[in-house]
Ligand binder design. Structure first.
Ligand code: NAI
Length: 311
């Protein structure tokens, strides 16, 4: 059909694409015409060891189906090498999916420095390293599509995943700012929080659920976020099993204590807060702030009204 969404002429990097979700992303992008750098160091779920086999197998699969792909085995911690590999082969980078990940699940009171550090280095430091290397290229060409693989564990917390949750939420913070900085150069940065069967989830999800949550049911959503026709920037999208929905923040109308602006006087006390707490937490008349300015704005509105009433 003429409305088919294609990636002809586009160069994509998918990190951690030797298996699971990343493999599905790489296969779909290649199927639609992108040249895909399949990055994966081929280590264990905990981030130990390495092998060229997983990434090479995905490349072979893509090539056999008539697509264009090449394997890269560097760690995302060496992001510049990964970007350089794509540039050496195809001269540019249009699409980056920061998907590589490991787990070191352990309850917080037993978490070692090493558990924290390993998860930090792959998820957050790795995402930073690859994205920073691709960023100037995207700015210069005036085009880019970046997707961050975050997680519900980050958005909501999850027992035993303090390290992972912290890094996954940090990736949302990174995306929020990159969405702002990249907008003028036509670089869109969005976040996906997927649910899918993979080696990451096969031990925590029941078998019958796993078969309903195939990784290729997430791929069309992530691939759409990578397409030039997707105008969203800074979105967070949850998806899995063939469902997808965008997330937003909600904020209570809140309470302003006018006495806080009385010149000189100690404006308001903890007890005032305690009395108002239910209202502070009420979502009646809530709004949906989208920018930093929406926070500053509501505060200044109250402060200025209080000042004006005292003139
Ligand atoms: P997976 O374990 O199959 O895929 C992760 C891949 O990243 C592996 O192939 C691994 O070798 C690779 N990798 C690990 N460290 C790397 C490094 N330093 N450099 C390059 N590659 C590296 O797991 P899955 O489920 O496909 O996960 C993909 C992403 O989606 C991860 O970031 C994960 O945290 C995220 N995610 C997955 C969910 C799920 O339900 N499967 C839920 C929420 C988030």
């Amino acid at each position: 059909a003429s409305d088919t969404l294609r990636f002809d002429g586009r160069v994509a990097i998918v990190t951690g694409a030797g298996g699971g979700l990343g493999r599905s992303y790489a296969i779909l992008l290649a199927e639609r015409g992108a040249k895909v750098l399949v990055n994966d160091l081929g280590g264990s779920l905990g981030g130990k060891g390495g092998s060229t086999r997983p990434a090479q197998a995905v490349v072979d699969e893509i090539t056999a189906a008539g697509g264009t792909a090449a394997a890269n085995f560097d760690s995302v911690e060496d992001g510049a090498k990964i970007v350089q590999a794509a540039v050496d082969l195809w001269g540019k980078v249009d699409i980056l999916i920061n998907n590589a990940g490991i787990l070191r699940d352990v309850s917080f009171h037993k978490m070692s420095d090493a558990d924290w550090e390993a998860v930090y280095r792959v998820h957050l430091r790795g995402t930073f390293a690859v994205t920073r290397a691709a960023w100037p290229l995207m700015r210069e060409q005036g085009y880019g599509r970046v997707v961050m693989a975050s997680s519900a564990a980050g958005l909501y917390g999850n027992f035993g995943q303090a390290n992972y949750a912290a890094m996954k939420m940090a990736m949302v913070g990174l995306a929020n700012t990159l969405a702002i900085e990249g907008a003028r150069r036509n670089i869109a940065v969005n976040v996906v929080c997927p649910v899918a069967s993979s080696r990451m989830t096969e031990t925590v999800l029941p078998d019958e659920l796993l078969s309903s949550l195939r990784a290729d049911l997430v791929a069309p959503i992530v691939a759409y976020l990578c397409h030039e026709s997707c105008a969203d920037n800074g979105a967070v999208v949850e998806c899995g099993g063939g469902w997808a929905g965008k997330l937003r923040r909600q904020r209570a109308k809140g309470v302003f204590f006018p006495a806080a602006q009385n010149p000189g006087a100690k404006g308001f006390e903890m007890e005032d807060v305690a009395r108002a707490w239910k209202t502070i937490c009420s979502y009646e008349d809530a709004d949906y702030p989208e920018t930093n300015q929406d926070v500053f704005g509501v505060i200044m509105e109250h402060v200025e009204a209080a000042r004006a009433s005292k003139l």
